[in-house]
Structure formats: structure tokens, C-alpha cells
Design a protein around this ligand. Structure first.
Ligand code: MN
Length: 454
């Protein structure tokens, strides 16, 4: 007799789809098979049963230039849970002079007691750290503390690493068995283009895209790939949004670079022409910027083919008021989608015939768990954490700020009806969403130390 048995669902894993029962004991998946018996039975007939979503790129209550991103650890993780995501990975951003482990402890303190689901943290290596031997010497301790992935930037003042600094940091990370997760854009050149556009009197949000050309995004991916190769450091490129960058990722693989990459719903579903150049263009400013329909076709194809590995959100919401700025260079970057990710990729991927159900699960759960070292997540098999989503593929849901649990006063997907939504969600064997209602508790999620496969 098991604690919980989920009966008669179509179990979807990266290996296939089959009808079976899934049994849970305590926090762990105990068995999958037929006629399993449980003290509590959850009927999943006509539903999919999949591993809880893993979103490896979120910014909850992130401080930026005197503002804080709109979703707290509370609202953001409740929203994630309601959308079928049971693990998120956020960021540690050490301040100048602060050690990585101090910054990690501080960020954990902000999250612990507040999160509804499990979380991990990437360790950021900003500009000042690359210059300091003592900081890079802390990389092994960060890996030991469960932060084996290191965020680096090829853009933004205070964050940007030039190629020499990037190489040194990659060498340190590679030698410690870590992985670099990278914001790849040719920052200094974009800074010039942005300043020139402003001088010419261009203030509209579309200039955000026009001053961040796709070709310069791709050259950054190219440079980073070769530096990673030189450093013998695995590289994961964040938020790939254009055809040119996909091509560089594919070409790097041919050159034996250990490279993986993600894209996000905004790049798959929104365009510069329709959104940045639309009536509320300022809302859609994010970096890299939205591109075009051709790019979206390339991204979907790359997801299907395995050239891209993951769909994350880069969830970083700001309110309408915060997004309302005098010119495009002052708009805080980022859009929300932490809650709708799984359903958006199902609706536009699986329902539209672009992705198989297995591939959907792979890019939303299995791959991000494996690449980020979440060794007990992203898979439905005995011994793994009982993070499980019961997903009703026929549930028609209209996305709206009225029904989302996200805190921002807008969503790019307002009024959009998707077919397929999570009905019930379990986190380590606890039912935290039941019939689309959050039933969990803040503080029940915990920090998950991550260890990469060697
Ligand atoms: Mn980000």
C-alpha cells in the first residue's frame, strides 16, 4: 500500500507515452505500473502525468537600479506551481567586495521560508569578480555549496566580462566541474548604437530591437563558444532568440564545443513588429530583444531537432508604471511567463504539431534538470522526487492577470486561450495544486544543492 497512487494517466517521459499508475511514498516516486494500491488515490484518466516543470532562469524580487522585480519569492513560486513548475533556478548576485558564499547565504535567507516550491541558485560572476583572483578562487566553494552554474554577461555595465575576463572565469569554472550560463550579446557595441540612436532623437521602444542587431548577438555566441572551448568549460547560452544565434550554437557543436542553449516563450510567441512596435511597446522590452516570425520558425525547429535544449522563461516582470519611461534605454528589461510556460509550449508546440509530447516534457523538465544538475528532478522514475503534474490536455484556459497568480498588472498573453492546463501538481509528494487551486504553503519549498554530472 503506497501513500499516493495517481491512477490511469497517460504518463509522459522523454522516452515515451504510456498509460500506467504512478505510486508515491513520502517525498519519492516509488513505482510505476498497473493496479497499484494507495491510501490516497488521484484519478488522472484523460490526463497527462508528467514530471514537474523545471524553469532554470527566473528573476524573483531582483533588485535593479533602485527597483525590485514584481514577483516576490512568494508570488513567483505560487504562480510557478499553479502553472506546473515545481523547481525554479534564480540567481545570487554578489556585491562588490562580498564573497560568493556570503552572497549565497543572503539570497537563501531571502527565499527560505517564502518559497512554495524547490529552488536552486546560479552564482553570478560580475565584472569586479573576474578582475579579482580571490573571487575566482571561491568558485570551487560555490560548486561545493550546490551552485555549480555560473552566470556571466557579455553586456551591461558592472556585469560585463571582456573576453580576457570571460576566459579566466571560464577556466576557473571548467576546472571546478561547473558550467557557465551566459547572457550573450556584444554589449559595448550595442551601447554605442543605443547612444547614437538617442542622439538622433529615436526614443520609441522599437529602437531597443534596432540597436541590438541579431548579427551582433550571434557574434557574441561565437566568441563565447571559442572561449569555452579554450577553457574546457561547458557552456549554456541563455535566451537564444534569433536565427543567427541558433546557427552559431549548431556550428559550435560541429566544432566540438560543449554547448547547450535555451529559448523562452517570448521569443517563440511575440515579435518586435507586433509587440515592441505596438501600442504598449515599452512592456515588451527585454534583452535580447524580440525578433520576427522567421526567427520563431527557426527556434521551434531547433527545439524539435535538439539544437536547442530547453524552454525557460527569464521571468522578470515589472509593472506598467515601471515600464513607462521617457525613452527606450531607460525601460527596465524583462517580461513575465513563469505561470503559463508549460501550457504555452504545449499549446503552440504540441497542439500545433511542432513538438512531440515527449519533446515538450524534455525541454520543460528533463533537460533543464539534467543540464543544471538537479539529479532528483525532471524524470518520472522510482527514486526521483515526487514532483508530478497532472495536466488536462483539453482544458481551455484564457490567460489573464485576473486568473494568473503572477503579481504584475499585465501579461503578454492577456486574453489568449490555450488548450491544456495543469489540474493538480505535487511537490515532493505533497499536493500543492488541486483542481487549479493552490493548496500548498509558503516555506515548504527548499534550496536544492545541484551537482553536475562529471
Ligand atoms: Mn535573465
Amino acid at each position: 500500500m503506497h501513500d499516493i497512487v495517481i491512477k490511469n494517466g497517460h504518463i509522459i517521459t522523454s522516452d515515451g507515452v504510456f498509460i500506467a499508475d504512478l505510486a508515491i511514498d513520502g517525498e519519492t516516486i516509488a513505482a510505476m505500473g498497473l493496479d497499484l494500491k494507495g491510501r490516497r488515490v488521484i484519478d488522472a484518466s484523460e490526463c497527462y502525468v508528467l514530471p514537474g516543470g523545471v524553469d532554470p532562469h527566473v528573476h524573483l524580487q531582483m533588485a535593479l537600479a533602485g527597483r525590485v522585480s514584481t514577483d516576490s519569492f512568494e508570488s513567483g513560486t505560487v504562480a510557478a506551481a499553479c502553472g506546473g513548475t515545481t523547481t525554479v533556478i534564480d540567481f545570487v548576485e554578489p556585491k562588490p567586495g562580498q564573497s560568493m558564499l556570503e552572497a549565497l547565504a543572503q539570497r537563501q535567507e531571502e527565499a527560505d521560508g517564502h518559497v512554495a516550491i524547490d529552488y536552486g541558485l546560479h552564482m553570478s560572476i560580475p565584472t569586479w569578480h573576474a578582475a579579482a583572483d580571490e573571487r575566482l578562487a571561491e568558485v570551487p566553494a560555490s560548486v561545493d555549496a550546490g551552485c555549480a552554474t555560473f552566470k556571466m554577461y557579455q553586456a551591461y555595465d558592472g556585469m560585463i566580462l571582456d573576453d580576457v575576463s570571460l576566459l579566466r572565469a571560464m577556466q576557473a569554472v571548467g576546472a571546478s566541474g561547473g558550467r557557465v550560463v551566459l547572457h550573450s550579446e556584444t554589449g559595448p557595441v550595442l551601447d554605442l548604437l543605443r547612444a547614437q540612436a538617442l542622439e538622433d532623437g529615436h526614443i520609441e521602444p522599437i529602437w531597443h530591437e534596432r540597436t541590438r542587431p541579431a548579427r551582433l548577438e550571434a557574434t557574441a555566441v561565437h566568441r563565447a563558444s571559442e572561449l569555452a572551448y579554450q577553457a574546457e568549460c561547458p557552456l549554456y547560452v541563455f535566451h537564444v532568440g534569433c536565427t543567427e544565434s541558433v546557427a552559431e550554437v549548431v556550428a559550435a557543436k560541429v566544432r566540438d564545443v560543449e554547448i547547450h542553449a535555451e529559448t523562452c516563450p517570448q521569443y517563440l510567441l511575440l515579435t518586435a513588429h507586433d509587440h515592441l512596435d505596438g501600442p504598449d511597446g515599452q512592456l515588451y522590452v527585454c534583452a535580447p530583444p524580440l525578433r520576427d516570425h522567421d526567427d520563431q520558425d527557426a527556434l521551434w525547429q531547433a527545439l524539435a531537432d535538439g539544437d536547442l535544449d530547453v524552454v525557460s522563461t527569464d521571468h522578470c516582470p515589472w509593472t506598467r508604471a515601471e515600464k513607462d519611461q521617457p525613452d527606450f534605454t531607460q525601460i527596465p528589461g524583462g517580461v513575465p511567463s513563469i505561470e503559463a510556460r508549460l501550457s504555452l509550449v504545449h499549446h503552440f508546440g504540441v497542439n500545433e504539431g511542432r513538438l512531440t509530447p515527449e519533446r515538450w516534457v524534455e525541454v520543460c523538465a528533463t533537460n533543464p534538470a539534467r543540464l543544471m544538475g538537479l539529479t532528483r528532478k525532471g524524470v518520472l522514475a522510482p527514486g526521483y522526487d515526487a514532483d508530478v503534474v497532472i495536466f488536462d490536455p483539453l482544458r481551455a484556459k484564457t490567460i489573464s492577470t485576473d486568473t494568473l497568480h503572477e503579481a504584475a498588472d499585465w501579461t503578454p498573453y492577456e486574453g489568449l486561450t490555450v488548450e491544456g492546463w495543469p489540474r493538480t501538481v505535487l511537490s515532493r509528494g505533497r499536493v500543492i495544486v488541486e483542481n487549479e487551486r493552490f493548496m500548498g504553503a509558503l516555506g515548504e519549498g527548499r534550496f536544492v544543492p545541484r551537482a553536475l554530472e562529471s
